[in-house]
Write a protein that binds this ligand. Structure first.
Ligand code: HMH
Length: 231
């Protein structure tokens, strides 16, 4: 049995926001089959742009793990695996876009996307350490995992042509990967809270990590809102 860590404590504390991000009306409309296809295409094009910015963020987390974490924990393999699958993901977006007649070269990022990418840039900066970055990384992946898995569970009425999309993030392998990220984040946060009794800097890390978690959820809600709003 997995002992509950800091992440679950925070999710409990911010459960309305977490539910808002993982049970958004856009996701619920995919799940019940009423989704507007122009919204789906908007999401597809915007998320392609997002993922291209997300890759350097993941690379920055890998560099931070390299510098700040003991290799024996295996964090680096998990993060490198995530980076590798982003390469497949970009290719998948290109294929999916051509299937739906979405012209990726003519898309520019909408406001919510730009804001989210600006937040990723902050997370990439040297002032943000590994513990905060890995917590945000987990949250970014977990929102998609929770959201799309919900579109595949019993009782879901997801249209056949959208099931492959939901599988990308809703499959068990991606779920396991998110659990690995969560374990890493919890281990780092646990360490920071032990140190927080002695070191003020560790208190600061805990605060920054909790705020980063909240910001990710907020950006995810705005990203879904933008998708639902159409082109
Ligand atoms: C906006 N959040 C957004 N896009 C994604 N592809 C993910 C999370 C997960 O990788």
């Amino acid at each position: 049995l997995e002992k509950s860590g800091m992440i679950d404590t925070w999710l409990g504390k911010h459960s309305l926001l977490y539910t808002g991000a993982t049970r958004h009306p856009f996701i619920l409309s995919i799940r019940d089959g009423t989704v507007d296809l122009s919204s789906f295409k908007t999401w597809l094009g915007q998320d392609y742009l997002f993922v291209r910015e997300f890759a350097p963020f993941v690379a920055s987390v890998l560099v931070k793990a390299w510098k700040e974490s003991d290799d024996s924990y295996g964090d680096r393999e998990v993060i490198l695996g995530g980076l590798a699958s982003l390469n497949d993901e970009v290719e998948w977006f290109k294929r999916e876009a051509s299937k739906w007649g979405v012209q990726l070269s003519s898309i520019s990022p909408q406001k919510a996307n730009e804001n989210y990418c600006r937040f990723l840039e902050y997370l990439m900066s040297p002032e943000v350490g590994y513990t905060v970055a890995i917590t945000a990384f987990w949250a970014i992946e977990a929102v998609y995992q929770e959201s799309f898995a919900h579109c595949l569970d019993d009782g879901a009425n997801t249209p056949r042509e959208l099931r492959e999309t939901c599988q990308r993030w809703g499959n068990d392998g991606f779920g396991q990967y998110c659990l690995s990220l969560k374990k890493i984040a919890n281990r780092r946060l646990e360490k920071a809270s032990e140190d927080a009794r002695l070191v003020d800097a560790s208190k600061e890390v805990l605060n920054k990590a909790e705020v980063a978690l909240i910001r990710v959820m907020e950006h995810e809600v705005e990203f879904w809102n933008m998708s639902r709003g159409g082109s």
